[in-house]
Write a protein that binds this ligand. Structure first.
Ligand SMILES: [Zn+2]
Length: 301
């Protein structure tokens, strides 16, 4: 049903924005690409560079008043505090490129079956504000752009970042054409979790076995009942046992098994999948790179 060829991989050097001394490892995007090139994984891929998202696409999801704040750079100190990132024009450009990147990856997944974006997953951005390192919600912008263009009419967002996808759930609360499924650490940020279509909150330290049991229980059923034409998968690296901002206990091997299960389950349902990386804050930063590379290797396998 899909065209065959190299699996599209979307990447852009501008994602590495200077945010000073920060827990968010912005260098991971470059390090992931370099590692995948060094081990030969990217040799068979079809590397694509995104264009920035158009303002009209940003406004499908974000309020005009918020976009004005972003375009003029008029964040108050409280707003920057909530964003947990220093605002800069470079951050705005990177966020627009990233939203364009997730949109491109989604379009390529629809035509070619699967794709991966070496970036994205900024699921804490709401219609009217940014928070938790997320300025623009690239996943929501991509989903809304495809829906409005009538490229698809049912998208399933599978958010397996350790943190609940609060912005995405809020944005699509009243949108039946987007189903939001989040599996996350229940006692972690964000304190307030606007309900998505399916929220599975996990207790402290849940490990590989229990995590996979729950994923097996929910994901095939959601795919079967909702029958999406596209899965947008947030393959966060932060459910890892060695993550500074996590709280779950998954191993590197367990995370690889998680990714393979999502990809295989979607393939069985003949559903296209676009993968974004989302969070990852391992105490040992190279673990974050290894986990994200495992995700990409699973997509390209
Ligand atoms: Zn996260």
């Amino acid at each position: 049903m899909f065209q065959r060829g190299g699996v599209p991989v979307v990447w852009c050097p501008q994602y590495e924005v200077d945010i000073g001394d920060h827990v968010f490892p912005v260098e991971k995007y470059r390090l992931i690409k370099e590692r995948l090139e060094a081990n030969g994984t990217l040799a068979s891929a079809d590397l694509r560079t995104p264009q920035p998202a158009k303002v009209e696409d940003v406004l499908r999801v974000h309020l005009e008043s918020y976009w004005t704040k972003i375009s003029e750079g008029t964040f108050t100190r409280d707003e920057e505090h909530l964003l947990e990132l220093p605002f800069s024009p470079e951050l705005r450009e990177a966020s627009l490129l990233c939203a364009g990147g997730t949109t491109l990856a989604s379009q390529l997944a629809i035509s070619q079956g699967r794709s991966v974006h070496l970036g994205g997953g900024f699921h804490h951005a709401f219609a009217d504000h940014g928070e938790g390192f997320c300025l623009l919600n690239d996943v929501a912008i991509a989903a809304a752009t495809l829906i409005d263009a009538q490229e698809v009419d049912r998208i399933l967002i599978v958010d397996l970042d350790v943190h609940h996808g609060n912005g995405t759930a809020s944005i699509f609360a009243e949108e039946p054409r987007v189903f939001t499924f989040s599996m996350h650490h229940q006692w972690n940020y964000p304190a307030v979790k606007p309900p998505g279509d399916l929220d599975v909150g996990l207790d402290d330290g849940v490990g590989d076995e229990e995590y996979m049991r729950l994923l097996h229980k929910h994901l095939p059923r959601v795919l079967e009942e909702y029958r999406p034409q596209l899965v947008l998968y947030l393959a966060g690296a932060d459910p890892y046992e060695g993550d500074q901002l996590g709280g779950l206990g998954l191993s590197i091997e367990g995370l690889r098994e998680r990714d393979e299960f999502v990809l295989n389950t979607a393939a069985k349902a003949e559903t296209a999948v676009a993968v974004t990386l989302a969070g990852g804050y391992a105490i040992n930063p190279s673990d974050t790179v290894v986990i994200h590379c495992g995700t990409v290797e699973a997509v390209l396998a």
